[in-house]
Design a protein around this ligand. Structure first.
Ligand code: ZN
Length: 304
């Protein structure tokens, strides 16, 4: 009899604990979600509908347990909570460690400074036609001006990264707090239009020379991964499309050690029409050599 009572009591406790877990679960479960399927292969890239998007682009639908689960291999990673929300909910802000992905031939096409109404649509069209994914490090100020383009990037399955709010060096590099404040401001804009925010960022002008240890530690605390590059299209110059493509080809041919994780820096900001002109030849170079096109996520190895 006593044994039965004890058993019953244990079962009751178990049920209560299970109920509590179920009740407390949802906030943690909603913290991260898996974005649209990884656009690694041509067939996985969602063709963009012609119709104007409704907003936000596509709310988060699936979440992972325990606050964090990495995106599917090759897929972009987004967070449904801002840094401030995470803090308020006692959820971790730091990023977990991830195993770097070194393929035999892997390329990450990245575009900074957009979205821009003249350049980004061409870049998106070329990527769509080629069936390859890319990563866009957007400037908050530009995203505010072109929310439809921002949503288009997201819906096409590309990754979105944070490239500060105003891209003005003297503002950004005044202090680590000034820098992360700009990241948060851009996050809020992305959150408003997409319902999610990225966990990857790229320092305007590059982290080298601008970041002290204090910047790196502020980034780590707030949970952003800074993404560099190891191939530059050098498209900030007056080079034309053919020259830009040739620059990428030369660096790839000369740097076979980069083939496992080539991170190509390009720009889709204002005035970068020549980059869009160069893009088909750049994509062709990588396709002809059987490169895998991936978007930047936590598995992306350090550039150097
Ligand atoms: Zn930039």
């Amino acid at each position: 009899m006593t044994k039965t009572t004890a058993l019953l009591r244990t079962a009751c406790y178990g049920a209560v604990i299970l109920l509590l877990l179920l009740l407390c679960g949802p906030p943690a479960l909603l913290a991260f979600h898996r974005p649209p399927p990884a656009p690694v292969q041509k067939s996985a890239l969602t063709p963009a509908p012609d119709a104007k998007p409704t907003k936000p682009a596509k709310p988060a639908t699936r979440a992972a347990a325990d606050g964090f689960v990495p995106a599917p291999p090759g897929g972009p990673l987004y967070d449904t909570l801002t840094v401030n929300r995470r803090r308020a909910s006692n959820l971790p802000t730091e990023l977990p460690a991830a195993v770097p992905y070194y393929g035999e031939r892997t390329v990450y096409l990245t575009f900074d400074d957009g979205p821009d109404p003249d350049v980004t649509p061409d870049v998106l069209r070329i990527l769509r036609q080629a069936g390859v994914p890319a990563t866009f490090f957007v400037v908050g100020l530009e995203a505010e001006k072109s929310p439809d383009l921002l949503r288009q990037i997201y819906r096409d399955g590309h990754a979105i990264g944070n490239h500060s709010y105003n891209h003005v060096y003297r503002d950004l590099y005044r202090s680590p707090a000034a820098y992360t404040a700009q990241l948060r401001r851009t996050d809020d804009i992305l959150m408003k239009h997409l319902g999610v925010r990225p966990r990857i960022s790229r320092a305007p002008g590059g982290s080298a020379g601008s970041f002290t240890d204090a910047y790196w530690s502020a980034l780590a605390t707030e949970g952003y991964r800074d993404i560099g590059w190891n191939v530059s299209a050098e498209d900030a110059s007056r080079a034309n499309g053919a020259e830009i493509a040739a620059t990428v080809v030369r660096q790839m041919d000369d740097g076979k050690y980069l083939w496992s994780h080539a991170i190509v820096l390009m720009h889709d900001g204002r005035g970068h029409e020549e980059t869009a002109r160069a893009l088909p030849a750049i994509i062709k170079y990588f396709k002809d050599r059987n490169f895998e096109f991936r978007v930047v996520n936590l598995e992306t190895p350090p550039a150097w």
